[in-house]
Design a protein around this ligand. Sequence first.
Ligand SMILES: Cc1cc2nc3c(=O)[nH]c(=O)nc-3n(C[C@H](O)[C@H](O)[C@H](O)COP(=O)(O)OP(=O)(O)OC[C@H]3O[C@@H](n4cnc5c(N)ncnc54)[C@H](O)[C@@H]3O)c2cc1C
Length: 409
Amino acid sequence: MARRRVDYLLIGGGLAAANCARWLREEGADGSVLLVGREPDPPYNRPPLSKGYLQGKEPREEVLFRPDEWWQEQDVELMTRTSVIRLDAAERVATLSTKDEVEFDRALLATGANVRRLQTEGRDLDGIYYLRVFANSDAIRAIGERAERVVLVGGSYIATEVAASLTAAYGVKCSLVMLEDVTLERPFGKQVGGFFQRVLEEHGIEAHGGQEVERFEGSDGRVRSVVTKGGLELGCDAVVVGAGVAPETTLAQQAGLELGEAGGVRCSAGLETSAPGIFAAGDMCEYDSPVHGRRMRIEHWDVAFNQGKTAALNMLGRDVEHDVLPYFFSDLADWASMEYVGPGSGDVVVRGSMDDGNFTAFYLTAGRVTATLTVGRSGDLEQAGRFITEHASPNPAALADEGTDLASL
Ligand SMILES: Cc1cc2nc3c(=O)[nH]c(=O)nc-3n(C[C@H](O)[C@H](O)[C@H](O)COP(=O)(O)OP(=O)(O)OC[C@H]3O[C@@H](n4cnc5c(N)ncnc54)[C@H](O)[C@@H]3O)c2cc1C
């Protein structure tokens, strides 16, 4: 067992840790930086795994956070296929799966999230897939090339994006089975979710709302159908499950760090955990949002990216709050793209035309804009962000009226 010392230890090989490494260097950190990640690949962007990469349009190199040589150029030591298995927050020592020990001055915990696995009967049959890492996307790509029918379990962005990608790129016949009545209802409500469901249906994808999967049935060890509690039976060659994720907090719990109500690692507005000098970012970070005035944990690419930067600045002693408004995007093949700032809910005011696939939906709670989703009208987002951060209560009729300049409200 060897013991060594680094100035900055970044735990987790995802986007949050990678962007933290980048900003440490961009902001002048000249100490040693070690990034330890469990996966075989260097840090990469996950969104293409259900979109361009899955469709075979985007090569692996373009999905990487940075090209391989960048890490060396930046003098960031990258240890892949390595887990941090123990963290002594008081002594500031981490134990790696190699059994080596690393003393550190500052650390970032960015261990991300794991997919939620169904405990349904038949779950061990071959042909049932989840999607989080490169290898999962490769496997789903392979079924795209040979399967005729795929059932997607879930109504959120993983299931809808994968259904769109398999249909558009491989001509697979896809069916969605979900607990909610319409796709994307949970984050965006029935009206806006219904728009995305119509887009999917127009491209031949069946959507079965209000259905809970009871069991998977198979023959010769392979899944052949999905049976729901409502009596629906859908034949298939494969199943892809998108049932959400849970923050990966095993290490944080072992280290005795405080957790929040949403299951993440509890952090201050500056993303520092309950252990001084140890910060958190990304899917597992539950922080006091100065923008929203409440504690939040958000599983978005852009949030992981920006929190990696905030954590880097605070590891350098800058004492900044994470005051970035969370932004989300999603694409259903090249049929429809959404952008969203929030999160929020409430009454929906629509500007533009849902029928034409060109609209902005403002979500109002007690008259205040708390979130905004847009399709084909990115230009509205900047002003929408201002409404949210300034706690504005614009007149709903004026919001809906395309003749009214948003900036004047
Ligand atoms: C298929 C897919 C599509 C997506 N599309 C979108 C999208 O369109 N828009 C959007 O906003 N968001 C999207 N997301 C979500 C977005 O990618 C995540 O929010 C983001 O990747 C979170 O980054 P992270 O660094 O917090 O965690 P992760 O990306 O999960 O990285 C954490 C890493 O830490 C490693 N790790 C865990 N524990 C340890 C340990 N003890 N030691 C060492 N390493 C460890 C994990 O193996 C993992 O590699 C998508 C996600 C997926 C899976």
